[in-house]
Write a protein that binds this ligand. Structure first.
Ligand code: GLP
Length: 246
C-alpha cells in the first residue's frame, strides 16, 4: 500500500488493527497483537488511543507482545521500550488488563537467565494462541525487531548484539552513540513469521533502498525484512519516499 501521506497510512493500519480487535471481541475471543516501537508506529498508536477515548474501541480482549527491548534498561528508564509503550499506548487504555501486556525483560543478569526468559516469552505467545496481527517497522538496513542483517529464518527470541548503524540511528535518544546499549532482546525471525497477519510500516528516504531490497530483492538473512516475501499475509505500508526504489 503506497500513499503520499504517512498519516493516511497510519490511520489505515490502525483501522485494520481496530477491526481485528472488534471481530475477535464479537466472537468472545482475545485478540493477540504483536507491537513495535520506533517512530513509524507512533501515529498508529495515536489513532488507537483516540478511538478508545471516543468510546469506539475497547481493549478488554487484547493481549500484546512487544518485539524487543534494550538490555540493561529498567522498565521506567526513559529510553526503554517499556516506557515508550506506556507513553504512546498503554497508559491511555483504561480497559486493557495490565497482565495481558508482555515486553521482553532486558534486565537479566546471566546467560542462564536470558535463555529461560526467552524460552518463556515464546511459550507465553504460544499459550495465548499465537499472534493474530503483528505490527512492524523496519531498520535502515532492513532489520525487523532487532533481527539485524545476518539473522536466520529460524531464529527465535534471543539476546543479540546491535549493529553500528542501529546504534547510530538510536544515538539521539540516548544523548550520543556511546550511551546506546550494545545488546537487546528480540523476538526472532521465525517468531515474527508465525504471526497470522503482518503489517509493516516504512516512511522516508532512509528506508528507500531497504524497502526495494526487502520487497523485490532475493530472500536473504542479509535483509531480514525480505523473509516477509514468503509470508502468506504480509503487507508493506509505504509513503512516497520509502517506495521510491520499487
Ligand atoms: C528499532 C526497533 C525496530 C524499529 C526500528 C525502526 O531498531 N527495534 O523495531 O522498526 O527501530 O525505527 P523507526 O520506525 O524509528 O525508523
Amino acid at each position: 500500500v503506497i500513499r503520499e501521506d504517512s498519516d493516511d497510512l497510519s490511520r489505515e493500519v490502525a483501522s485494520r488493527i481496530a477491526q481485528r480487535i472488534a471481530e475477535k471481541a464479537q466472537a468472545g475471543l482475545c485478540c493477540v497483537l504483536g507491537l513495535a516501537t520506533g517512530s513509524s508506529p507512533t501515529q498508529v498508536y495515536k489513532w488507537l488511543v483516540r478511538w478508545h477515548r471516543e468510546g469506539a474501541l475497547s481493549f478488554w480482549n487484547v493481549i500484546t507482545f512487544n518485539l524487543d527491548e534494550y538490555c540493561g534498561l529498567q522498565p521506567d528508564d526513559l529510553q526503554s521500550y517499556h516506557h515508550f509503550m506506556n507513553v504512546h499506548l498503554f497508559d491511555h487504555l483504561s480497559d486493557i488488563d495490565r497482565n495481558n501486556i508482555h515486553i521482553p525483560d532486558g534486565t537479566f543478569s546471566s546467560t542462564e537467565d536470558i535463555r529461560k526468559l526467552c524460552a518463556e516469552y515464546e511459550a507465553v505467545i504460544q499459550a495465548a494462541g499465537g499472534i493474530d496481527l503483528q505490527l512492524l517497522g523496519m531498520g535502515r538496513m532492513g532489520h525487523i525487531g532487532f533481527n539485524e542483517s545476518g539473522s536466520a529464518r529460524y531464529t527465535r527470541t534471543r539476546a543479540v548484539y546491535l549493529d553500528r548503524v542501529t546504534r547510530v540511528d538510536a544515538a539521539s535518544d540516548f544523548f550520543g552513540e556511546p550511551h546506546v546499549p550494545k545488546k537487546a532482546v528480540t523476538m526472532g525471525v521465525a517468531t515474527i513469521l508465525e504471526a497470522r497477519e503482518i503489517l509493516l510500516l516504512a516512511f522516508g528516504e532512509n528506508k528507500t533502498s531497504s524497502v526495494a531490497k526487502a520487497v523485490e530483492g532475493p530472500v536473504t538473512p542479509a535483509v531480514p525484512a525480505s523473509f516477509l516475501q514468503a509470508h502468506p499475509n504480509a503487507t508493506f505500508y509505504l509513503d512516497g519516499a520509502a517506495s521510491a526504489g520499487l
